[in-house]
Design a protein around this ligand. Structure first.
Ligand SMILES: [Zn+2]
Length: 416
């Protein structure tokens, strides 16, 4: 229908894409390039489901683009495929093994404390006026949270219903895979014009990731990310708040970043900002854009404009998790949940930041880093650490950083 409203989250992307498509499609001798690209993308994405000689044929390309020079172990591949095809069935087995009720309760408690911390921090902000502040609070209150797994996976009947019609044929692996892909597409298309199901998840339980969705105004943390080293119910508070806590804070802050702020608490695209608060917001975002654009890998600059939303979320996340941690620590002063780590001569506040930094430890080839630098909306992991702690007064205090040094610059970017 011509009158349907479509929400485009990356307007700039669609604009550039349609320029490219128009340019290629109207030029007679260029139009085949688009068709080739579509065919290539299809084959490229499906080759993995064929036997390993096909996978090996892809290796030189993967090495060039991502620096990858080995193929995935079969067992790992099989788990991924099972998760893609029957993620909630696998999730039922997974959560039974590694995510008990005590873990879920502890994770709920962390989310509750960090939400509260966002609100308390919001009260102290000077740049946003009372009217916008109240609107922000209303939005915060309405954020729906999903922790661990959707309840239906514990119900055998409902789980079977979810995969009704997914009959597999023995010895027909490729065919089965295509069948699953078709089914999942169909499921998505059937949702068109249907009422949104607020209980639906967009990630399976074993996924090591989390998300905030602006149109659903919800934060989601699958059981897969609620695992060591990011989270465990018996870890010291400093470790939990420094790792999963900053991620929880990150997702909440997404509701108030440069994209999330355009939606209200009910997920409608509606401005709830006064002009003066919005101007202040935008002024402050310029500071982040400048700071992160200065980071380079091998001479290539990060694009602080593209990574803005993620950087706002990282900076808000670490701050509110730190405050939530301080408050939790005070209330459990005598409990043994806040011990230090044996053999490490760091106090708890320092451990919080060390735990945060560990979250982003990774191994990556230079090729892959350059690829991410132009594609990933997140800052490269080293700058997710350096950028945020440079802006953190609490970090400088914890480590007694001298003022006007690299890790404690006098100009700090602050938003939430
Ligand atoms: Zn994010």
């Amino acid at each position: 229908n011509e009158n349907d409203t479509i929400i485009i989250l990356s307007y700039e992307h669609m604009l550039q894409l349609s320029k490219i498509l128009t340019n290629y499609l109207i030029t007679q001798n260029k139009s085949h390039i688009i068709i080739d690209h579509m065919l290539f993308s299809f084959v490229y994405n499906k080759v993995l489901h064929l036997s390993s000689i096909f996978e090996k044929a892809l290796l030189p390309l993967k090495k060039e683009v991502f620096g990858i020079d080995s193929i995935l172990e079969r067992w790992e591949y099989c788990i991924r495929q099972t998760d893609d095809a029957f993620g909630y069935g696998l999730g039922a087995l997974y959560t039974r093994a590694v995510f008990d009720e005590a873990s879920r309760l502890k994770a709920n408690e962390l989310v509750k404390n960090i939400r509260l911390s966002f609100e308390e921090n919001l009260n102290n902000l000077q740049w946003i006026d009372e009217q916008s502040k109240n609107e922000a609070k209303k939005k915060l209150e309405k954020i729906n949270e999903k922790i661990g797994y959707p309840d239906f996976i514990k119900n055998q009947t409902k789980l079977n219903e979810r995969y009704a019609g997914y009959s597999m044929i023995e010895n027909e692996y490729f065919y089965n895979t295509i069948k699953v892909i078709n089914r999942e597409h169909k499921r998505k298309i059937l949702k068109y014009r249907q009422k949104v199901d607020p209980t639906a998840w967009r990630m399976t339980p074993r996924t090591v990731n989390a998300y905030y969705s602006p149109p659903s105004n919800e934060i989601v943390f699958p059981a897969g990310i609620l695992q060591p080293p990011l989270f465990h119910k018996d870890l010291p508070l400093a470790i939990n708040y420094g790792a999963i806590g900053t991620i929880i804070g990150h997702e909440i802050t997404h509701g108030f970043d440069n994209q999330g702020r355009q939606f209200d608490g009910d997920g409608n695209m509606r401005s709830w900002w006064t002009n003066i608060s919005l101007n202040n917001f935008q002024d402050r975002t310029k500071c982040f854009m400048k700071q992160y654009s200065n980071f380079t890998i091998d001479g290539q600059h990060e694009n602080g404009q593209r990574t803005l939303g993620e950087n706002i979320a990282d900076n808000g996340g670490i701050k509110i998790s730190y405050f939530a941690y301080q408050k939790h620590k005070q209330s459990t002063l005598n409990s043994d949940n806040d011990f230090c780590l044996p053999g490490l001569n760091y106090n708890n506040d320092q451990l919080f930041f060390i735990s945060f930094a560990h979250t982003w430890c990774n191994i990556q080839t230079l090729n892959s880093m350059h690829h991410d630098l132009i594609n990933d909306p997140h800052s490269p992991p080293p700058f997710r650490i350096i950028g945020t702690v440079q802006n953190s007064d609490e970090f400088s205090k914890a480590f007694s950083c001298r003022s006007k040094t690299t890790m404690n610059p006098s100009n700090k970017c602050q938003l939430w």
